[in-house]
Design a protein around this ligand. Structure first.
Ligand code: SF4
Length: 224
């Protein structure tokens, strides 16, 4: 399928911006390292569940020095409410150790630096860059990947391709916001299994919405 006409993409992005104005990360953290840990924990786990786990965790362990000296089993016990907790525990400890050894205890401020940390992929690195350091970055998670494809904004074969396409489409100053708009849309209306197209304010412009619900009521068109 073709990508949207640039004018249509612009209209979609404008509506997303209006609808999800002020959307931001729901993860709770007290410093950059805690943000990094929270984002690492959020893979295959909801932000709410991460916050439940980190509420106690961050009271006991504040920064990389605290995490670097933990035993894997100890940290795994603390974060067992999150998916893949054993792997995450190992990676968080190794990342903390590397930050102490190579980065003087500070979370690196570059994509290249962040990507050298165990367990940190492009999505996590981009979230940290934009949230902690206000550096323009567009993180593509599962919601962003799916919603951008359905709307015809960017149909990459991989999250990396989608990131490149979205960065070409969206002005740099909006990269961080677009990440949150698309996540919020994925959570509230454009769910993976059952998108609520008849209630979606973007249906008029959405190829997938028109395909799935060609006869849907005009809710989505009222706001057009
Ligand atoms: S119309 Fe449906 S598929 Fe398109 S963005 Fe809205 S919810 Fe998603």
């Amino acid at each position: 399928m073709e990508n949207q006409h640039p004018q249509v993409s612009k209209r979609i992005l404008k509506k997303l911006a209006e609808h999800y104005a002020g959307a931001r990360t729901e993860l709770k953290y007290g410093n950059n390292f805690q943000l990094l840990v929270a984002v690492m924990l959020s893979a295959q786990t909801t932000d709410k569940q991460v916050n439940r786990v980190t509420r106690g965790l961050f009271k006991k362990y504040k920064g990389p020095a605290d995490f670097a000296s933990l035993k894997e089993e100890e940290l795994a016990r603390e974060i067992r409410g999150c998916g893949l907790y054993r792997t995450k525990a190992r990676n968080i400890i190794l990342a903390a150790q590397r930050i102490l050894e190579v980065y003087q205890g500070q979370v690196p401020e570059t994509l290249e630096g962040l990507l050298t940390l165990p367990g940190v992929g492009r999505k996590t690195a981009n979230v940290v860059l934009s949230t902690a350091f206000d550096i323009p970055a567009l993180a593509v998670d599962t919601h962003v990947f799916r919603v951008a494809a359905r709307l015809g904004l960017a149909r990459g074969r991989t999250p990396e391709e989608t990131e490149v396409l979205l960065r070409q489409l969206i002005p740099e100053g909006d990269w961080k916001h677009a990440h949150h708009w698309l996540i919020q849309h994925g959570r509230s209306l454009c769910a993976a299994r059952k998108p609520r197209c008849p209630r979606c304010f973007l249906q008029r412009d959405c190829p997938e919405g028109k395909r799935l619900f060609p006869q849907s009521p005009p809710d989505g068109q009222k706001e057009a």
